[in-house]
Ligand binder design. Sequence first.
Ligand code: APR
Length: 394
Amino acid sequence: MPLQLVRNDITKMKVDAIVNAANSSLLGGGGVDGAIHRAAGPRLLEECRTLGGCKTGQAKITGGYDLPAKYVIHTVGPVWNGGTHGEEALLAGCYRESMQLAAAHGCTSVAFPLISAGVYGYPKAQALRVAMDALSGFLLAHAELDMTVYLVLFGRDTALLGHALFPDLQEFIDDHYADEHTDSLYERARRQQLFSQSGALPENQPDALPYGLSGMPAEPQTSAPSKKGSWLEKRRRKKDANALLTEEAAADGAVICHAAQAKPAAVPPAAKKDSLNDWVARLDESFQQMLLRKIDEAGITDVECYKRANLDRKLFSKIRSDVHYSPSKKTAVALAIALRLDMTETEDLLRKAGYALSRSNVFDVIIEYFISNRKYNIFEINEALFAFDQVTLG
Ligand code: APR
């Protein structure tokens, strides 16, 4: 996973280089600057004295001394001055210049703090966005680099970020995750085609359904139901869905139409006699086969695909070389994002790896939010996942 958000103390990270949010004198200070100098010991300051300072937006490199890291890259972020004095460009420059130095020194792992987001007053949510955009942009532009980059959030940084960054996502989670049992039960019932074959909802069911994970879009809602109303609807649906599921159990696994009893799905006569080998011989397209087909259909290269998926080359080549490769769920989702699949195709790809998305967990609801809003920037998605304490993609 080339770009990761982590909670940590940067002075403790065993990486090739850590980046210091320094001031232009490079002679130490408070915040992360002070923490790094304390942990590195006096020899760091001795070397800094020889550098002759550093301009805002620039970066210089020294040894790591008593730190676990081999190098310290010192960069000077802009002081926040309302955002109309070129702060964003200078801050992005800090990340790019530091990455250039790390690459020039053969680093394969680098850790950054949130530069300027402390004493220099840069609003944290904006500082995070600038950092993620600059770092992901650098990594995408330098596909040849095999480097893992950590953006380190410290202490209260993370608490500030979650909901400030994604207020509409929080609302989406509340709406779609609010009553997990009803939704997942309801969605499950729906996916099992318990309603009429036409897919029409039973007359006593509201047509204002949330976007179904089964890929059937919601009916346009004439007016946003009040929270209470939708909660009540959900309770009623759950009761109906329960009733339907009970019928299902009674019908011994038959697929039940709401309007009428379905005949149990007849097993084609040929299959009854087939051996297990015959069944196995008739496997569907595998995950890997669908992935490679979708890469071709998207007209992108393998490199573009795994960079967009925030995957490293080694993992991707494992998938490419094994037709039966079975990825983790987060890898499968990352590849669906890289291919910019819609919900139906995403569910199809995940199913081939043995996974599904459900409204019973926050990770899945966040993924649904981004895909149904056609937002495929994996680094933005990872910020959101991280902010809501979920595993990140790639
Ligand atoms: N590990 C990781 N991140 C840290 C750590 C740590 N040990 N300590 C602080 N941070 C985070 C802060 O939470 C903040 O989000 O580093 C980010 C940058 O905060 P500052 O260290 O205050 O740096 P900055 O805002 O760029 O101001 C630089 O402050 O310390 C002085 O000498 C420095 O004058 C310079 C100015």
